[in-house]
Write a protein that binds this ligand. Structure first.
Ligand SMILES: NC(=O)C1=CN([C@@H]2O[C@H](COP(=O)(O)OP(=O)(O)OC[C@H]3O[C@@H](n4cnc5c(N)ncnc54)[C@H](OP(=O)(O)O)[C@@H]3O)[C@@H](O)[C@H]2O)C=CC1
Ligand SMILES: CCCCCCCCCCCCCCCC(=O)[C@@H](N)CO
Length: 339
């Protein structure tokens, strides 16, 4: 081997070692800033009467939070209030209350937040926007009301409460301790047969959250967004009653989690100061591939996810499209509900 070859080899090894030294901690480093602490905070959870919102409420109550849940149906709110109270770390030091409101309405959303603060005697600290729900339907078979309904249920419920919350946060003694947490969906990252109007609304939530993440740096208010796949909630059971068969088939690629697991993963993501939070590998591949200009969770790992996602999602999509074309040939573009 000539000496110039030797030099090249040594140089290559040197450069590779340096890269490894720099990249390894980026890959494996855990963020150590644990400033998320629900203890003694006023936590406001829309959609807190069932499913993910309820699971989250119980989890945060167990960590010492004061909780307000918001939804429309009073009977469900009362049952949930009892369950959350039972989960509290210290029942005589924590308060659990509810507000009944239709959060598609701006005035009611603002009123519910104001009343909750008054009743609690404490401004809201953490606001979780879990209210929502899908009504999957083939686009051509749905009504104009279905189109409006998804925007109301999934976008306005988030936007109006976010608006009221940010106004309150700005008068909070320490706005930089406040957090605003949106709940989108994998359908807020990619569209899917049967979810046209739902995905549109969940993409809208993403645009809102993404703009606010940057804008609210002005006050130090932190924003997060959750992109879960299937969650086995009461809402999921309900939507499955009318879900097109082909949508069910396409969804099989995603394993799904219980509401309690979803809440656990959401909290873990917040503790790690992640802006965009996904549930599992599939979620992380799609999240990283469609990241845009938001901060990565772990720079190198997200780049690896994005590269794998580029290949994996292309393959998945080819198959999904084949399923759709096969449906066309079966003449069941109108694929009706139930499996
Ligand atoms: N389940 C799933 O597979 C997935 C769900 N998601 C999202 O996660 C969030 C939670 O879903 P999930 O756990 O299924 O919960 P559920 O669908 O089981 O519960 C929805 C909650 O939102 C409340 N809600 C709905 N509409 C309104 C409204 N207009 N005003 C006030 N409250 C309202 C409901 O109460 P009430 O009806 O009494 O008002 C209920 O408390 C939703 O945003 C959903 O889109 C995302 C991905 C997957
Ligand atoms: C290896 C790469 C594979 C890629 C697979 C992609 C699979 C997509 C499955 C999407 C599942 C739908 C989740 C959201 C559903 C939802 O939000 C509603 N149920 C709301 O209630």
């Amino acid at each position: 081997m000539s000496s110039s070859n030797n030099h090249t080899l040594v140089l290559t090894i040197l450069v590779a070692s340096c890269l490894l030294l720099v990249l390894t901690p980026m890959l494996f480093k855990k963020r150590t800033k644990w400033s998320f602490n629900p203890e003694n905070k006023h936590v406001y959870i829309t959609g807190g009467s069932q499913g993910t919102g309820l699971a989250l409420a119980k989890r945060l109550a167990a960590q010492g939070a004061h909780v307000t849940i918001v939804a429309r149906t009073v009977a469900k709110l009362e049952t949930a209030q009892t369950e959350i109270t039972a989960a509290c770390r210290s029942r005589d030091q924590q308060k659990v209350q509810y507000q009944s409101a239709n959060l598609c309405n701006a005035e009611e959303s603002a009123r519910a937040l104001r009343d909750a603060e008054q009743l609690m005697g404490k401004m809201v600290d953490y606001v979780f926007l879990c209210a929502g729900g899908a009504k999957p339907v083939m686009f051509s078979e749905g009504t104009a009301e279905d189109l409006k309904g998804e925007i109301e249920t999934d976008y306005y419920t988030a936007a109006f409460t976010a608006h009221a919350a940010v106004k309150s946060f700005r008068t909070h003694p320490t706005p930089s301790s406040c957090r605003l947490v949106f709940v989108s969906s994998i359908c807020g990252l990619m569209g899917l047969t049967g979810y046209a109007s739902y995905a549109a609304a969940k993409f809208a939530v993403r645009g809102l959250a993404e703009s606010l993440r940057m804008e609210l740096l002005l006050y130090g208010i932190r924003v997060h967004i959750f992109f879960p796949g299937t969650i086995y909630s009461p809402g999921y059971d309900e939507e499955n009653k009318t879900k097109p068969a082909v949508t069910k088939l396409l969804e099989e690629a995603d394993e799904g989690v219980t509401p309690d697991k979803a809440a656990e993963l959401l909290v873990r993501g917040i503790e790690r100061e992640e802006y965009a939070i996904a549930c599992d590998l599939t979620g992380n591949l799609i999240r990283s591939l469609t990241k845009g200009a938001v901060p990565a969770n772990r720079t190198v790992l997200d780049a690896v996810y994005a590269s794998i996602g580029w290949v994996a999602l292309s393959i998945w999509r080819r198959n999904a499209d084949k399923i759709m074309v096969a449906e066309r040939h079966r003449g069941s573009g109108a694929a009706a509900a139930s499996s």
